[in-house]
Design a protein around this ligand. Structure first.
Ligand SMILES: C[S@@+](CC[C@H](N)C(=O)[O-])C[C@H]1O[C@@H](n2cnc3c(N)ncnc32)[C@H](O)[C@@H]1O
Length: 380
């Protein structure tokens, strides 16, 4: 983990030039689809920092984490950003758990007062170098290169025990998918890596070399909802090496008996391996659980997800902790009521305009809720 400091910088929203990239594959609105392939042909970028990410549900997520219905208008009559007049200048401590290229963080910073703090997390070393750059010009920004699953410990290391707002924009970013060398894409060649944090952990290639057919099939089924998981797992395990994402995608394509129009047959398998190798669902569960003790009474939780495996988890978490119902696992005549830690859970999707401008947003859902003043019970 590392921390850095700096001072305020003007708001620069994410560029609208992002390409349509893969993200969700459980839903049919997969993002690295065949149509995306055409638009990305001939796309040559040598420096990963130059890849752009178009922030999804930007205004909605930032308003949610600040606990307001909407943000003040960001532009003046000349269409320019109109700095202080359009800022809520909110004080407090906020967390952007998935910095990416900082689209949400920058808009959030534009709404924060000079004495506010924004702690940003990312697993990805390139995202972290962009965050550190921002932190050198904005002293409100503190950077953590680690999983958001370390939320409580990472904040404690900074002397922070509670925060006013927590947001996460889950999954992978466009720069990660657009850079074939990261291994996330089945349309651009690269090493079969797929780690978000390339500084630690095993790559998918290393895992594939030693995993047995059955475990691989279970991963493809559980994290990709791939119905032909056994057949695909057998074909993958017959490969001589796992050096090329395009070769891996081709083997899956040949083994897949049921192609769907407009969707690469490797979509679900790639998603499954990526989710598994990065422990994505486990990290989300840990993050959500920690949001209860770390959020102040009245604090806001806002989480964007791109596929049903994640969205379902967030929905069930908020249901479990917002209704005060009896815990299902206790079969006692008068079980204690579950404490009600969240109120006003709400779900928001992208507008038609956003989907037409940024097709990557089409499977996104933002879920938000307000922390109640119920005291946290350690026995949870
Ligand atoms: C969808 S992008 C976020 C984009 C960002 N909101 C923006 O506007 O640029 C998701 C980011 O979260 C990071 N990420 C995913 N899981 C993570 C985890 N468990 N801990 C920390 N970062 C994670 C990824 O590396 C990626 O950079």
């Amino acid at each position: 983990m590392s921390l850095s400091k700096s001072k305020p910088k003007p708001n620069v929203n994410a560029s609208p030039a992002a390409t349509d990239s893969a993200e969700s594959v459980v839903s049919p609105s997969s993002l690295e689809d065949v149509s995306a392939q055409d638009s990305s042909q001939g796309h040559k970028v040598s420096d990963e920092l130059s890849f752009v990410h178009d922030a999804v549900l930007l205004q909605e997520a930032v308003a949610a984490v600040l606990g307001v219905k909407s943000l003040p208008k960001q532009t003046d009559d000349a269409g320019q950003n109109s700095d202080n007049q359009s800022s809520l200048r909110m004080s407090g401590i906020y967390v952007d758990a998935t910095f990416g290229r900082g689209g949400h963080s920058r808009l959030l910073l534009s709404q924060l007062a000079d004495d506010a703090t924004l702690i940003v997390f990312d697993k990805d070393p390139t995202a972290i170098s962009v965050a550190r750059e921002l932190a050198t010009t904005d002293s409100r920004v503190k950077v953590v290169h680690d999983s958001f699953a370390t939320l409580t410990d990472s904040l404690a290391a900074m002397g922070i025990t509670e925060v006013d707002g927590l947001m996460a924009d889950l999954g992978i970013s466009s720069p990660q998918i657009d850079d074939g060398s990261r291994g996330f894409s089945f349309m651009r060649d690269g090493a079969v890596d797929m780690r978000m944090d390339t500084s630690r952990g095993q790559s998918v290639a290393e895992w594939l070399a030693k995993v047995d057919d059955e475990t691989l099939a279970n991963v493809l089924y559980e994290f990709g909802e791939e119905r032909h998981s056994r057949r695909i797992a057998r074909a993958i395990k017959q490969m001589d090496s796992f050096e090329s994402t395009l070769e891996l995608a081709e083997v899956i394509k040949v083994a897949h008996p049921n192609w769907q129009r407009g969707k690469h047959p490797a979509t679900q398998s790639f998603q499954a391996m990526r989710i598994f190798i990065n422990n994505e669902l486990g990290d989300v569960d840990d993050f959500l659980a920690q949001s209860i003790p770390i959020l102040k009474s009245g604090g806001q939780l806002a989480v964007i997800s791109f596929h049903s495996l994640e969205d379902r988890r967030i929905k069930q978490f908020l249901q479990r902790h917002s209704k005060g119902q009896y815990p299902e696992d206790e079969n006692l005549p008068m079980p204690p009521k579950r404490p009600r830690y969240f109120s006003k859970p709400k779900r928001v999707g992208p507008s038609k305009d956003e989907v037409s401008q940024n097709p990557r947003s089409r499977s996104a859902w933002l879920r938000m809720a307000t922390r109640t003043d119920t005291e946290y019970q350690q026995t949870l």
